[in-house]
Design a protein around this ligand. Sequence first.
Ligand code: G4P
Length: 529
Amino acid sequence: MIFTEELNRRRTFGIISHPDAGKTTLTEKLLLFGGAINEAGAVKNNKIKKGATSDFMEIERQRGISVATSVLAFEYKGIKINILDTPGHKDFAEDTFRTLTAVDSVIVVLDVAKGVEEQTEKLVKVCRMRKIPIIVFINKLDREGKDAFDLLDEVEQKLGLTVTPLSFPIGMGYDFKGIYNIWDKKLNLFDGDVKQTISKGIEFTDISNPKLDEIVGNKHANDLREELELVTEVYPKFDKKKYLKGDLQPVFFGSALNNFGVKELLDCFIDIAPIPQAKMADNRLIESNENKMTGFVFKIHANMDPKHRDRLAFVKIVSGTFKRNTNYLHVRLNKKMKFSSPNAFFAEKKEIVDESFPGDIVGLHDTGNFKIGDTLTEGEILNFKGIPSFSPEHFRYINNADPMKSKQLAKGIDQLMDEGVAQLFILNLNGRKVIGTVGALQFEVIQYRLEHEYGAKCSYENLNMHKVCWVEPEDPKNNDFKEFSRVKQRYLAKDKDEQLVFLADSDFTIQMTQSKYPSVKLHFTSEFS
Ligand code: G4P
C-alpha cells in the first residue's frame, strides 16, 4: 500500500472519562468489533484495580499491564485504529495529559446518571486548549439517569462544548426502548438480554411513519418526534469541518456494557474522525504527509522485568515512514540511533515491525537515552512542542536513606523523572531535592522502584506547598525581578530543564505575588512561549 493510503486509513485517538463511566467497557467493545479480541473481559481482566493505592505488588502489576494496554490497535472496515490508553485515575492525570499530545481526536465517555464529573472536566479543558476534535458518548442508558436534554446542557455548560446529538434515546433505564440514530436515520431497538450481538438498525427515514408507534408504542413514538423536533431547532446541524476544528462536538447515546450504540459510534467515528494531523515544532509545522520521518516520545515505560532496567519509549510517528534498522537523529542528544526491534502494538500483543506510518505508535527499547518530549528525525533539527509539564499538587523533600547508595539514588531519581513518574525541583537556596507529583500514589511508586530497581533507599519529608509556577521575568535585570528573587529566595527552584520555578503555598500567595511583581509572569505549565 502506498504511503498516502496508509496515512489516510489511520485514526489515532484516546478515550477519556472519569473512572467508572465505562471507558474500559467501551474500549473492549470497540476491540470486539475489530475482531481484535474474541471475548468480552479480555481488557477488563487487565484493568487496574480501583482503590488499590498502597499495595506495591498491585502497583507493579499495573505498570506491566499498562504496557500491554498502552496502545490498542485494530482494523475495522479497512481503517487502522490506534486507541491510546489514558488512565482515568487522577493520580495518573499527568500521564493522560501527555498522551493527549499524541492523539488526533478523543471520545469522551459520560455516565448518564452522573453526568459531567471532575476528571472529565479537567481533561476536556486540555483537549479544548489544543482544539482536539471530540465525540461525546453518553453511556449506561440501560440505567436510570438524567434527562437527555439536561445532560446536553450540562455538557455545554461544564465542558464548554457546542454539542449536536447524532443519536437520541427512546426512554431510559427500565423503560429504555432503544436509540434513534440521527446520523444514519436508523432505529435501533434495545434488547437487554443480548449483550454480545450487534443490534441491527431498522431504516427509518421518516419518523412520522405510524410504524414507529407500532414498534415503540404510542407515547414513546410521540415523545421521540417532539424531541427530535427540538433537537433540530436547538442544536446546530452537524458539520464535519467544525467538528474537525474542535468547534462542534457530536453526541451519541448508548450502553457499552450491552454493546448498544457502540457500532453506530464506531461507524460514525471512522467516517468523521481526523487522519493523523500536522504537529507544531519549534521552527515550523510538520505536515503528516511529508515523506521524511519525524516523531516524538510521549511516554516512557519501565519494562516488565525490573532487573534489566530496560524501558520502552513510545514514539508517535508524525510524518514519513519509520523503518526498522534505519538511522535516525535523536535531536536533543545530537546522536544517530537505529532500532533493530521497534514494537508495534495490537490488541493483546506487541510485535516487531519493519515499517510504521504517521499516527502509529512504535515502542523503542531504551537504556536511558530518551526523555519525554524527545524528537526523532531523519536529520532535520527540530523539537516538537506541546508536551508541557503541569504543576504537581503534592510535594515532599526526598532524602537519601542509605548514604552508601547515593549514586544509585541519583541515577534512579534521574531516570524516573525522565519517565515522567513525577517532577524534581532543586531549591536554589540549599540544593535540596523536592519531588512533586499529581497524586500521593506516586511517592510510594518512586520509593518502591528506587529500592527494587536501583538498590537505593529514600525517605520523604513533608513540604506544605500548593503549586509550582514557572517564572517568566519580563526583564531579568529589572528591579521587579531582582526584588522578587530576593524576597522569594526560599521558594525558588529549578526544574529538570533548569527553568526557574516558584513554589507557592496557596493560590492566595500566587495572586499576591503576581500583583506585587506584575512584570514577573507566573505560569502553571512549563511551556508558555
Ligand atoms: P472505567 O474504565 O471508565 O473506569 O469504567 P468501566 O468500563 O470499568 O465500567 C465501570 C462499571 O460500569 C463496571 O461495573 C461496568 O460493568 C459498568 N458499565 C459500563 N458500561 C455500562 C453500561 O452501559 N450499563 C451499565 N449498567 N453498566 C455499565 P463494575 O461493577 O464496576 O465492574 P464489573 O463488576 O462489571 O467488572
